[in-house]
Design a protein around this ligand. Structure first.
Ligand SMILES: [Mg+2]
Length: 269
């Protein structure tokens, strides 16, 4: 217990006693709310490897239902590539942000968010992929605007992975390390899930609505803070310190809660 409180103090969060409320105590209005959903660990369960997540038929039906209820004001905001989300959510025509805000698609149109030195990015990617070949306990995930080193199978490698990536981009004007769940990513600076949300809110389907953002990861904390500051609702999936206002235990409990929410009021009871 002592150790846990020390950790909360260290990362600057309030102790658990003032932590998030149970999501079950919240009800949202579909015609006044824009939904922003992280993908891995929020809408689908985290899998052993990034390419082994499963999206069930019921999940796709839920996403379609949410798009209807919220009149198109539903966005997936993921660290994954846009093309990856397309693969898992084939047929979803709603708004998607990929690569931590680096990529964005809305109403069938792609908006490229990130610009960076692509040649330098390529050198960084090559170095990271070499690292994963030399130490096969880690897994490199190539992204359009970044590269991830996963150490999910070997948590003891966290320090080694971070030291290596820091040696590549420490003090770099253009690239930075983004911590993730059992992984670190090198990505261009200046793009984030928060910047993606801000941009998406400028689209007409989203305008004027209050925001709900749900996520599970340290990469979601910036988006939580952004949405909190604008009076929105934030939902942390799973354990761990967070600035989110509500918490639910798993993607399954989160989706059950979503299913139980009322439809638009104008459709009547
Ligand atoms: Mg996630």
């Amino acid at each position: 217990m002592e150790q846990r409180l020390d950790y909360y103090t260290l990362v600057g969060f309030a102790p658990e006693s003032t932590g998030p409320d149970d999501l079950e105590s919240l009800s949202i209005k579909a015609d006044e709310t824009a939904l922003f959903l992280d993908f891995d660990g929020t809408f689908v369960d985290i899998a052993e490897t990034p390419d082994s997540v499963r999206v069930g038929r019921r999940d796709k039906l839920l996403l379609d239902e949410l798009s209807r209820r919220h009149q198109g004001a539903v966005a997936i905001v993921s660290g994954r590539n846009l093309s990856d989300i397309d693969h898992y959510l084939a047929g979803f025509s709603g708004t998607v942000s990929g690569g931590h805000g680096a990529e964005l698609r809305h109403a069938g149109q792609d908006f490229l968010g990130a610009s960076c030195d692509l040649e330098r990015l390529e050198h960084i990617k090559n170095a990271v992929m070499e690292f994963a070949i030399i130490d096969p306990r880690v897994l490199a995930e190539d992204k359009s605007f970044g590269i991830v080193l996963h150490f999910r199978q070997h948590p003891e490698l966290e320090g080694k992975v971070h030291d290596f990536l820091r040696s590549l981009v420490d003090g770099d004007a253009e690239f930075e390390i983004q911590p993730a769940k059992m992984a670190f990513e090198v990505k261009p600076k200046g793009f984030s899930k928060a910047s993606a949300i801000e941009r998406i809110m400028s689209f007409v389907q989203f305008g004027g609505r209050s925001m709900l953002y749900a996520g599970d990861d340290v990469t979601d904390e910036g988006a939580f803070a952004h949405v909190n500051a604008r009076g929105g609702v934030t939902v942390k999936i799973g354990d761990g310190p967070t600035v989110a206002r509500y918490r639910t235990q798993s993607p399954a409990s989160f989706k059950d809660w979503l299913r139980a929410q009322p439809g638009p009021s104008r459709q009547g009871a």
